[in-house]
Design a protein around this ligand. Structure first.
Ligand SMILES: C[S@@+](CC[C@H](N)C(=O)[O-])C[C@H]1O[C@@H](n2cnc3c(N)ncnc32)[C@H](O)[C@@H]1O
Length: 276
């Protein structure tokens, strides 16, 4: 059993990148890039609307393949980005000026890389043992006047939707990821509340749901995600291999009417007058 350094993990649970989504498993970087293709424009529009631009110092938490980190530099023109991940192989593969790569576990008590104008974490907190503790910790990394932006998945349909191959697979995926690596999206709608509890101000949130068009990045992302989580999904007893295959075929067919899980983005500002 693997436990998070902050000790909040549930007994019997592993961690992201171990049983599921191993970075050394061929194509994992491509899977993360498919998610990035589906969400990066929305993320960048929000970060720029919040003011990310020249002079900003940014921390990208759980940076994955680094698409947001690099776009912050190239498009928003920020001064520098520190991109942190437990595994930096994808980040190190694409160095750019202004990007510093740091291999670190962001749940470790000694994770204190400095103060930043922007701290951004996308699809990371939902995989960690205590999003509440993480929001508090990331808030402390904000310079006065800085903004914390956290995005995670919200599934708007799984619980109430009619049983289709797609909704069955989604249910099995969330359950399987919860059982295997502790992923929990049930509390994501509480993110704005956590930001307020951490002392941040002018908290707000929005949701983006990309369309599940056959062959689209998001449809390919879910198909690949199910492939990598297949063992965890079948272990729930909710689906077998044939059901997953059926769901993958459904995602790729013109009769697919499913609604993708969306991305909830919440943000809040550290008061400019209070330091520390
Ligand atoms: C679902 S991916 C999201 C990647 C990227 N943020 C994006 O949205 O494209 C989650 C990332 O968080 C990283 N990660 C997971 N747990 C971590 C931890 N405890 N410390 C640092 N990085 C972590 C993983 O290695 C992976 O790159």
């Amino acid at each position: 059993m693997s436990r998070s350094p902050d000790g909040a993990g549930s007994p019997g649970r592993g961690r992201y990148g171990e049983q599921v989504f191993r970075p050394d498993q061929g194509g994992e970087g491509d899977r993360i890039d498919l998610g990035a293709l589906a969400y990066d424009d929305t993320t960048m529009a929000r970060l720029r609307a919040l003011g990310a631009g020249p002079g900003w110092t940014c921390l990208e938490v759980g940076a994955g393949t680094g698409t947001v980190a690099r776009r912050l530099l190239a498009e928003a023109g920020v001064a520098e980005v520190l991109a942190v991940d437990r595994d930096v192989r994808f980040l190190a593969a694409h160095p750019v000026t202004g990007l510093t790569v740091l291999q670190a576990d962001v749940t470790a008590d000694d994770f204190a890389p400095g103060l930043f104008r922007l701290v951004h974490a996308r699809f990371v907190l939902m995989h960690l043992p205590s999003p509440q503790r993480m929001v508090a910790r990331l808030s402390r990394l904000l310079a006065p006047g800085g903004v914390l932006v956290v995005s995670d998945a919200v599934d708007l349909t799984t619980a109430t939707a009619p049983r289709t191959p797609y909704t069955l697979a989604m249910r099995a995926m969330w359950q399987g990821l919860r059982d295997s690596i502790g992923t929990d999206v049930s509390q994501v709608p509480r993110h704005p509340e956590l930001l307020r509890e951490a002392g941040l101000e002018a908290v707000a949130a929005e949701i983006h749901v990309p369309p599940l068009l056959p062959g689209s990045p998001i449809s390919r992302f879910w198909a690949d995600t199910w492939e990598r989580a297949r063992g965890a999904m079948t272990a729930t007893g909710l689906v077998d291999d044939a059901r997953i295959d059926e769901a993958v075929a459904y995602l790729d067919s013109p009769r697919c009417t499913g609604l993708s899980p969306g991305m909830l983005t919440a943000w809040g500002w550290k008061p400019a007058s209070r330091a520390g």
